[in-house]
Design a protein around this ligand. Sequence first.
Ligand SMILES: NC(=O)c1ccc[n+]([C@@H]2O[C@H](COP(=O)([O-])OP(=O)(O)OC[C@H]3O[C@@H](n4cnc5c(N)ncnc54)[C@H](OP(=O)(O)O)[C@@H]3O)[C@@H](O)[C@H]2O)c1
Length: 234
Amino acid sequence: MNIQGSIALVTGANRGLGLAYAKALLDAGARKVYAGARDPSTVTLPGVIPVKLDVTNPQDIAAAAALCTDVNLVINNAGITGASPLLDATEGDSTLRRLLETNLHGIHAMAVAFAPVLKANGGGALVNMLSALSWVSLDTTSAYSVSKAAAWALTNSLRNELRAQGTQVLAVHAGYIDTDMVSHVDAPKSSPADIASRTLEALASGAQEVLADETSRQVKAGFAATPSLYLGVA
Ligand SMILES: NC(=O)c1ccc[n+]([C@@H]2O[C@H](COP(=O)([O-])OP(=O)(O)OC[C@H]3O[C@@H](n4cnc5c(N)ncnc54)[C@H](OP(=O)(O)O)[C@@H]3O)[C@@H](O)[C@H]2O)c1
């Protein structure tokens, strides 16, 4: 995927990592960047085109696909977290459903709507923002980990389904990134700019997966450990 001259759509581009993706794309010479946001008035980055886009809203997605017909790069960045334990009798089910709605069904709905757009524009690329927590679960992130593990499996299946039309599908995994999402976490964090820059490098190299920080590399390596890391992290 050649970023220079590309036409990109980033979901959740008003703040956090999505904003860093939008900036990095402009810096790398993207011809046009559509900045998806639930509230387009919160998109303040000069040079992008704000698009009203709640990834849980089918009307928004259809309208975005009808508007952004020139896109050849879609970055599914929008995501949410939630802390209720899965076994919480009051909140467990609703938290899991809410997270799946955005983190799984949101990227699925975007892929369904934009696959024909990408095909019409030569194949292009689809980037799904996953996590090191696609591969391990922490006590405080169990529902989020379920949603990101499901999104990882979705990404692998979409890659297979999109291969024939020449669409590059890139999975991005990372540990903590310094955004509002983890402002309550006291731990080492990558900068959003670093993650965005590694993602664009991986895209340009034709990669299908990028382990964008040390945490994600260690977690993936933990699959081969005995016992495997995913069997339990305190
Ligand atoms: N931060 C981390 O440590 C970390 C690590 C690994 C992966 N990730 C993933 O990276 C992505 C970006 O997260 P972040 O750290 O930038 O989080 P963030 O600072 O909380 O920002 C989340 C972004 O997603 C948007 N969003 C949420 N629900 C949406 C929906 N239904 N439709 C459209 N946009 C929606 C938010 O929009 P509003 O402003 O309207 O709320 C905001 O722009 C997420 O997929 C997250 O799971 C984050």
